[in-house]
Design a protein. Structure first.
Length: 120
C-alpha cells in the first residue's frame, strides 16, 4: 500500500440569494472551457465598461456551461439567476478552483523536492 495521497477537493458552499450552492472542482473535460471563460471574465473585469460587459454577455455560453458543471445549480435554477449574480458566482468558482490548484501545486512541488506530500 502506498503512502501517497492525491488531493480530491471537497465542494465549497456559497449562498446565492436564499439558495445554498456548492462550488465543485472543475473536471478535466471542462478544464479548457473553464480557462477560456475565466480569462474572458478577468478581461471584462479589468476593463469594466458597458461595452466590455455587453461583449462578455455575447460570449457567455461558456459561463453557463461552467456554472452548470462546477456548481450544484440546475438548468432551471440557473435560468432564474440575474446576470450580475451569475458573473459574481463565476468569480467565486474561479477563486475556489484557484485555491484547489494552488494546493495541488504545493503538493506537486514537494514531490519534485523529494518530500512526501501531506494528506491535507
Amino acid at each position: 500500500m502506498s503512502d501517497i495521497h492525491i488531493l480530491f477537493p471537497e465542494p465549497v458552499p456559497v449562498t446565492l440569494g436564499r439558495l445554498q450552492v456548492l462550488i465543485n472542482p472543475v473536471r478535466l473535460p471542462d478544464f479548457e472551457r473553464f480557462g477560456e471563460a475565466g480569462a474572458r471574465l478577468f478581461e471584462m473585469l479589468g476593463n469594466f465598461t458597458a461595452e466590455e460587459i455587453y461583449r462578455y454577455a455575447k460570449q457567455s455560453g461558456d459561463l453557463q456551461v461552467i456554472l452548470l458543471r462546477c456548481t450544484s445549480l440546475t438548468r432551471w435554477s440557473l435560468r432564474r439567476v440575474p446576470a450580475a449574480s451569475a458573473v459574481e458566482l463565476m468569480v467565486h468558482v474561479v477563486r475556489v478552483n484557484s485555491s484547489f490548484f494552488g494546493r495541488a501545486l504545493v503538493a506537486a512541488a514537494s514531490v519534485v523536492a523529494g518530500q512526501t506530500p501531506s494528506s491535507n
